[in-house]
Design a protein around this ligand. Structure first.
Ligand SMILES: C[S@@+](CC[C@H](N)C(=O)[O-])C[C@H]1O[C@@H](n2cnc3c(N)ncnc32)[C@H](O)[C@@H]1O
Length: 137
């Protein structure tokens, strides 16, 4: 298994490409509110530097961010100190009981663990930005 982003690329992604998460946050919070999901646990797969986790904790949610990269987890812990983070592949963890699972910004396109991805059956990769909210888990 590869370990993913190191410190240099994690920093570049946070500073140079964090806008997608930042600008998505208000709309995603609105979707959660519309679904009646307030102040409960949200699991964020591929949490990166914790931009979305920070927005969630500021809005009163509990957060578990999962990322395969130590460098990203370090940044996320600094950016969103009220959230919990786990360094792991989201293809291997058992998700806790929660009200929503999110994954913002191409996380499902990575192929750090190609064999595990194949285990997802008819999983298709795309170059498009991917974001989803799954509720009522
Ligand atoms: C383009 S970044 C997006 C980060 C963050 N969601 C954002 O929008 O700023 C993709 C993230 O997915 C993570 N990632 C990719 N494959 C992963 C896996 N199998 N398990 C956990 N994290 C993974 C990468 O480490 C990286 O943080």
């Amino acid at each position: 298994m590869l370990t993913g982003y190191q410190e240099d690329l994690a920093y570049i992604h946070d500073v140079g490409f964090g806008a997608f998460s930042t600008e998505s946050a208000p709309g995603l919070l609105e979707i959660l509110h519309q679904k009646g999901i307030n102040n409960s646990l949200v699991v964020d797969l591929g949490c990166g530097s914790g931009i979305w986790a920070k927005a969630l904790t500021q809005a009163g949610y509990e957060v578990l961010g999962i990322d395969i990269s130590d460098a990203f987890i370090d940044l996320a812990r600094k950016k969103a100190p009220k959230a919990n983070f786990q360094k792991a592949s989201f293809l291997r963890v058992t998700l806790p009981k929660c009200d929503a699972v999110t994954s913002i910004g191409e996380c499902l396109n990575y192929q750090f663990e190609v064999k595990m991805m194949r285990g997802y059956g008819d999983f298709r990769f795309s170059k498009a930005q991917v974001g989803f909210i799954a509720t009522k888990i």
